[in-house]
Design a binder for this molecule. Structure first.
Ligand code: 3E9
Ligand code: MG
Ligand code: MG
Ligand code: MG
Ligand code: MG
Length: 361
């Protein structure tokens, strides 16, 4: 076991005060909807998914936090139960069909489709609650995000079926979607009862901020879940495995992955702080939501027994660090995401730097 050092996080932690009630309701929801096999469900309800949602949305409407918690449990029912642990996950074509049927339920919850399928029924319930708390366009965006998640897990399944590991370029692209981060974004708005103006939603700087959040959240997941994933029986895929396949030792892969997420996290904070200054009040709230999503995932990632695995301890850190291991302001050298650095505001001058007109004579 190689211990994970404390990772850099400049974002303060927070948790919704109703987290215990939310946790209990999510357990009851999973039982009522029979999400996953009895064995998987028994594992999932111990992973503090209610606390996770409560950290992601610490100040929002309780019903939306509850919807997020139930949705994340549902996502693990799908990602663990269908994509990673079932034979469907080895058959990308068939998996694609199964996901298309689920997407139809999300899109047309009123149609009596697949009424004997627990995942379909759970998704139907989630869609009804999204309609209740969100606008029509937020619900449509949620379905669209679910579709991009589905598309990327089919790509992952093709690597699983061939027992291959993608290169870093392909993996980065896949991971922007297969960590199910984009499906959470519409709930960040719904929890606070606002809608981002269309021009801002589609602005490339806002898209860059969302993608940077996805990158940090999934790289952090890869680092914290590596122990659990490596110890599992089947195929696994995370950034450490990708970097090891490119020739790095486990140690060097860990250092490299941490440096990558540190650099993106530095860029993310610089970008969202700038957007909060120049954007609408809604955008200011939205980037606050992205920050809470990043920090909430970090706090849950180091504490949930899903990752700490007490019977075979993962050696995860108990705290976060104030200093990045790498804060270089240049792109990472991954072509698909190099454009993120084009939308960054100019780097702040280091404290104490004199402007040219202030030079002492
Ligand atoms: C994550 O990747 C898979 C998602 C379906 C997990 C659902 C969680 C979220 C939407 C919240 C944010 C995302 C995270 C925590 C990555 P993976 O590596 O299969 O997750 P695992 O927990 O097995 O490491
Ligand atoms: Mg997965
Ligand atoms: Mg997984
Ligand atoms: Mg509504
Ligand atoms: Mg993982």
């Amino acid at each position: 076991m190689i211990a994970v050092p404390p990772l850099f996080s400049p974002i303060p932690p927070a948790i919704h005060p109703r987290y215990a009630a939310i946790e209990a309701h999510t357990t009851a929801w999973a039982e009522a909807h029979r999400i996953g096999s009895a064995e998987l469900r028994q594992r999932l309800v111990r992973h503090e998914i209610g606390a996770f949602a409560s950290r992601v949305i610490p100040l929002g409407c309780e019903e939306v936090v509850q919807t997020l918690a139930d949705f994340v449990l549902w996502l693990f029912g799908l990602d663990d139960g269908v994509c990673e642990e079932s034979s469907l996950g080895q058959r990308p074509g068939d998996l694609s069909g199964a996901l298309h049927r689920l997407l139809r339920v999300a899109q047309a919850p009123e149609a009596p489709l697949w009424l004997d399928d627990p995942l379909a029924n759970g998704l139907r319930d989630l869609r009804r609650r999204i309609d209740r708390w969100g606008t029509a366009s937020q619900a449509a965006r949620w379905v669209g995000c679910l579709r991009e998640y589905a598309f990327s897990v089919v790509w992952e399944a093709s690597h699983r079926s061939a027992n291959t590991v993608p290169d870093l370029e392909d993996y980065t692209l896949m991971r922007l979607y297969d960590g199910a981060t984009t499906v959470v974004f519409p709930l960040l708005e719904m929890a606070h009862g606002y809608e981002l103006p269309q021009q801002e939603r589609d602005h490339r700087a806002v898209r860059a901020a969302e993608e940077m959040a996805s990158f940090v959240i999934t790289w952090d997941n890869d680092i914290f879940s590596d122990h659990k994933e490596r110890a599992g029986e089947g195929y696994y895929l995370n950034v450490l495995r990708v970097l090891e396949a490119e020739g790095l030792s486990h140690d060097k892969a860990m250092t490299a992955a941490i440096a990558q997420r540190d650099r993106v996290l530095c860029a993310f904070v610089r970008l969202v702080d700038h957007l909060a200054e120049v954007g609408s009040p809604q955008l200011r709230q939205y980037v606050g939501g992205l920050k809470s999503f990043v920090r909430g995932s970090q706090d849950w990632g180091i504490s949930s027994i899903r990752y700490t695995t007490p019977d075979d301890p993962a050696g995860l850190p108990m705290v976060f660090s104030d200093t990045p291991t790498d804060d270089r302001p240049e792109p990472l050298g991954i072509d698909a995401i190099a454009w993120w650095w084009d939308v960054l505001p100019p780097a702040a001058l280091p404290a104490g730097t004199l402007l040219p007109t202030q030079q002492p004579r």
